[in-house]
Design a protein around this ligand. Structure first.
Ligand SMILES: Nc1nc2c(c(=O)[nH]1)N=C([C@H](O)[C@H](O)COP(=O)(O)OP(=O)(O)OP(=O)(O)O)CN2
Ligand SMILES: [Zn+2]
Length: 145
């Protein structure tokens, strides 16, 4: 796997953790304006997830790298994204575009982080769909940054 640093906005948290992983998945965009993307096709997605916080947990981790990968990889690797309940063929904001998949990954990760007593925060999800196309999803925050 290529080792690379991805752009992250400045923040004042003490710890910043990044987890990289791949997953292979099929999808289509169910709208005629999506051109060839209307046809079912596959990608080897590359994800980089950035998590920040000020406190470590009982293991000395901000969050376990393995859990972050498993949350996404176990659900989406070798999956047909359009069949996953996170996505819909009827609402554009839920079509499995790079943007929506990146946002969905954020939502899954942050939901897990919300259950942790040391309160880590997912700052952004970088999602590469092809060698020439990627999206960064950064939730809007009023606090800390
Ligand atoms: N804003 C978005 N635009 C497009 C998305 C998307 O998710 N968000 N998706 C697609 C297609 O699904 C396709 O997977 C990617 O398209 P594209 O980058 O055009 O792929 P190519 O490999 O053909 O790119 P080249 O750089 O021309 O080789 C389309 N648009
Ligand atoms: Zn695609």
């Amino acid at each position: 796997m290529m080792q690379q640093i991805y752009p992250v906005g400045s923040h004042s948290y003490a710890y910043e953790l990044n987890k990289d992983f791949h997953f292979a998945a099929a999808h289509y965009i169910p709208h005629e304006d999506a051109g060839k993307c209307q046809q079912v096709h596959g990608h080897t997605y590359f994800a980089n997830i950035t998590i920040v916080g000020d406190e470590l947990d009982h293991t000395g981790f901000l969050v376990n790298f393995k859990i972050i990968k498993d949350l996404i990889h176990k659900r989406f690797d070798h999956a047909a994204l359009n069949n996953d309940q996170a996505f819909s063929d009827y609402v554009a904001d839920q079509f499995p575009s790079t943007e929506v998949v990146a946002r969905t990954i954020y939502e899954i990760v942050q939901q897990y982080l919300d259950s942790q007593s040391n309160c880590p925060v997912c700052l952004q999800v970088f999602l590469r769909e092809t060698p020439t196309s990627y999206c960064i999803y950064r939730p809007k925050r009023k606090d800390r940054i």
